[in-house]
Design a protein around this ligand. Structure first.
Ligand code: ADP
Ligand code: MG
Length: 244
């Protein structure tokens, strides 16, 4: 599953992106193999979210290629539906129950029948430990439970890769673990994932590979054990030092 095991599942080549005259991504290239879990680290403003947003087709790119399972995106919407995205903010529909929030995309995007959609949604919520909370609305769920609904809502659409952008950063400390457990479970089920997180202990346990970004460029990229025990880039060393 590591580097070099066949063609990459997700491949980003020479990605560049500016906002106005400010270049925020400079020649970013990375691969994620099937079933691999890659964690993207970097200081605030280094370009992590922009990388994920470009992969998900939420931002037009200025240059480079994004290829998922052999298909290179020609326009941002080409990868819609094939990439799942979980953000810091859960953005659930407040007037819908957990079950309805998860079933919605199956009904409207996948045109699934109501009963079939509900069945899949129920299973997806069970997988994130919310089998007892199907009929609760977001206001009656904790932040950690809401984020798990958001994960189920994304996973139920069967994306080929899941992106997580600081999925636990908006949560109170005591709710972080339950969300990390759900993410870890997905990894163990073989989901291909690219995650931005500040939870270094979690990254250490779950990531096959760690990539560190600095000022819009990838400056470190290697197997988790190797880069954490022997970081080569001075900015990455400083970053790790500040976390200890
Ligand atoms: P990170 O997720 O690592 O904190 P971002 O990808 O959010 O970094 O941001 C990278 C840089 O791009 C930052 O300087 C940020 O201010 C800038 N940026 C991000 N989104 C926009 C936007 N929509 N318009 C202008 N500048 C942006
Ligand atoms: Mg960000």
């Amino acid at each position: 599953m590591g580097e070099g095991a066949g063609a990459p599942f997700l491949s980003v080549r020479n990605l560049s992106k500016s906002f106005g005259i400010v270049k925020v991504l400079n020649d970013v290239s990375l691969d994620v193999h099937k079933g691999e879990v890659v964690v993207l680290l970097g200081r605030s403003g280094s370009g992590k979210s922009t990388v994920l947003r470009c992969i998900a087709g939420l931002e037009p790119i200025d240059g480079g290629d994004i290829t998922l399972q052999g298909m290179t995106a020609r326009k941002p919407s080409d990868l819609h539906g094939r990439v799942g995205f979980v953000f810091q903010q859960f953005n659930l529909f407040p007037h819908l129950t957990a079950l309805e929030n998860v079933a919605l995309g199956l009904k409207w995007v996948k045109k699934m029948e109501r009963s079939a959609a509900r069945k899949l949604a129920e299973a997806a919520l069970g997988d994130v430990g919310l089998g007892e909370h199907l009929n609760k609305k977001p206001a009656n769920l904790s932040g950690g439970q809401q984020q798990r609904v958001a994960i189920a809502r994304s996973v139920v659409m069967e994306p080929q890769v899941m992106l997580f952008d600081e999925a636990t950063s908006a949560l109170d400390r005591e709710l972080v673990a339950e969300v990390l457990v759900a993410i870890r479970r997905l990894a163990e089920q073989g989901m291909t994932m690219l995650l931005v997180t500040h939870e270094l202990h979690f990254a250490e346990k779950v990531a096959d590979r760690i990539i560190f970004m600095h000022q819009g460029e990838i400056v470190e990229n290697g197997p988790t054990d190797q880069v954490l025990s022997n970081p080569a880039n001075p900015n990455f060393r400083k970053f790790l030092g500040a976390l200890k």
